[in-house]
Design a protein around this ligand. Structure first.
Ligand SMILES: Nc1ncnc2c1ncn2[C@@H]1O[C@H](COP(=O)(O)OP(=O)(O)O)[C@@H](O)[C@H]1O
Ligand SMILES: [Mg+2]
Length: 338
């Protein structure tokens, strides 16, 4: 049975002004997706593709041009501050930069107790018990409560930021590149922590990253974003193992691959997508046309619709692709499909 939807984003568009003479930038351009209870939806795309803007629009930090954001069956697209405060215990965020996201002048204990002060009327002793328990849960020593952010490493600070996000037992956590600023070895530890916490607390994640292997590691489903548009979505293992869109193929080919068998398969699958010159923004054709090795005339003229091309030969689940050249999914060819 499919779990209920906790976050529903429909046809979301966010525009930014670019001076008086230029047309507005369509940073998010008709994005639709749902996150279900207990699920991780991965949002992947290179820098500037609109990932953070989507996260910030959901949180009410970026104005929405059009479309709708529903959280727990309630329209929060243009929710005011009072409504935002009301849902903030159930909708939380962990940002990329663990160095700027914690107040350097407050002890870790003060930072973690703050949401409790705002939302729950607890005695001091009970509050400190909750803080200490949460610190331990994220793998930090209890005496961290009396220390300041400056005394901790990036990985430890990110654990603290996760602890802060979880203090009020949220249902959904938006994780915006939570490990991108960390060393590789630390990345794995923090991702494992996020995975364990999800299991224990039945959390849902919207997990944002530019690195597809990182996203795949935690995600049940993946959404591939390019210039504010979804180019492909589907089951995480299947999208990663059997990418249908030339852009997803390029993302995977660009990622490091530790396994030599996989490496060979990747080389075969590698496409010659260049880094891309700035094409006219907001143009009518496919947003990836100027970089696509499979481009044909129609790609410059018409924006391809995101259509279901499944059932997926790998996962049996739904796969959607926005590409004029994809009529059906290619047969699985990579060794790393699981
Ligand atoms: N507040 C803003 N004002 C103007 N342009 C913005 C603003 N925030 C983001 N952008 C632009 O929107 C696009 C998407 O940015 P962003 O969502 O941060 O991408 P990502 O998180 O995928 O790297 C980029 O071109 C960025 O420069
Ligand atoms: Mg970002």
């Amino acid at each position: 049975m499919t779990p209920p939807t906790i976050l529903d984003v429909r046809d979301l568009a966010v525009h930014f002004r670019q001076g008086r003479k230029n047309p507005p930038l369509h940073a998010v351009d008709g994005v639709t997706f749902a996150v279900r209870e207990g699920e991780t939806l991965g949002l992947v795309g290179e820098s500037g593709s609109g990932k953070s803007t989507i996260g910030r629009a959901i949180l009410g930090l970026n104005p929405v041009h059009s479309g709708q954001v529903r959280f727990e069956d309630r329209d929060i697209t243009r929710a005011n501050a009072r409504i935002r405060r009301g849902i903030s215990s159930r909708l939380q965020v962990v940002f990329q930069d663990p160095y700027s996201s914690l107040n350097p002048a407050r002890t870790i204990g003060q930072t973690l107790a703050e949401p409790l002060l705002v939302h729950e009327k607890l005695g001091k002793a009970e509050m400190m018990t909750r803080v200490t328990a949460m610190l331990e849960r994220v793998g930090m020593p209890a005496d961290a409560a009396d220390r300041y952010p400056g005394q901790f490493s990036g990985g430890q600070r990110q654990r603290i930021a996760i602890a802060r996000a979880l203090m009020l037992s949220p249902k959904l956590v938006i994780c915006d590149e939570p490990v991108s600023a960390l060393d590789l070895s630390i990345q794995a530890q923090v991702m494992n922590l996020l995975a364990d916490l999800q299991q224990e607390l039945s959390l849902s994640y919207l997990f944002i990253a530019h690195d597809l292997p990182v996203v795949r590691h935690l995600s049940h489903r993946i959404l591939v974003l390019y210039r504010g548009q979804v180019l492909e979505s589907g089951d995480a293992g299947a999208v990663y193992g059997n990418p249908a869109h030339p852009y997803t193929q390029a993302l995977i080919a660009a990622a490091p691959e530790p396994d030599p068998t996989g490496q060979r398969a990747r080389r075969q699958a590698r496409i010659t997508a260049g880094t891309g010159t700035a094409a006219a923004p907001n143009s009518t054709g496919c947003v990836f046309a100027h970089r696509c090795p499979r481009v044909i005339d129609v790609c410059h003229e018409q924006r391809p619709a995101l259509v279901t091309v499944g059932p997926d030969p790998v996962a049996g689940s739904e796969r959607s692709v926005a590409c004029h050249r994809v009529v059906e999914l290619p047969a699985p060819s990579l060794a790393s499909v699981d």
